[in-house]
Design a protein around this ligand. Structure first.
Ligand code: HEC
Length: 135
């Protein structure tokens, strides 16, 4: 019985470790995402993701961004328009869509969802592909 329990505990901790490593985002992806952000997004959402109150919504600690990863990928591709509420403030403007590759989108999502105080975990190429093909 003791051996069985010990074996079980070892198994659980090995699995826990593997899962943790799975979720780790590599520095290369974050650096690539930051480049893409500075080139394409910073002009409106600002360097620290703070946006411009009432005009450009924040990405920093944005409840809206963090609530739905698939929606974020689709909005970056197709653009956003119409009223949205971000951290309790309404924005009603328009953002154009961008044509990024799956890899670029994964890097960008890794960066914006894990910078400016956000903690969103990793985004995989597979998740980007699924979001792209979803209507
Ligand atoms: C020309 C200005 C502009 C640029 C450049 C821009 N955005 Fe936006 N973005 C906006 C506006 C305006 C909205 C809100 C649209 C609305 O009111 O419906 C928005 C909304 C968003 C949202 C959803 C709301 C939120 O704050 O969570 C996300 C996510 C987002 N943008 C990400 C990006 C990313 C990533 C890039 C770069 C690839 C980018 N934006 C580039 C202006 C811009």
């Amino acid at each position: 019985m003791k051996h069985y329990l010990l074996g079980l505990i070892t198994l659980i901790s090995v699995q826990g470790l593997a899962q943790k490593q799975d979720k780790q985002i590599d520095d290369k992806s974050l650096a690539a995402g930051r480049e893409i952000y500075l080139m394409n997004c910073q002009s409106c959402h600002m360097e620290q993701g703070e946006g411009l109150e009432g005009v450009y919504p924040p990405l920093a600690k944005s409840d809206y961004l963090m609530a739905d990863k698939t929606r974020a990928i689709q909005q970056i591709l197709k653009g956003v328009s119409g009223p949205i509420t971000v951290n309790g403030l309404e924005y009603n403007a328009e953002m154009q869509g961008f044509s990024f590759s799956d890899q670029e989108l994964a890097d960008l999502l890794n960066y914006i969802r894990n910078s400016f105080g956000n903690k969103g975990g990793a985004t995989t190429i597979d998740e980007v592909r699924k979001a792209r093909s979803k209507p």
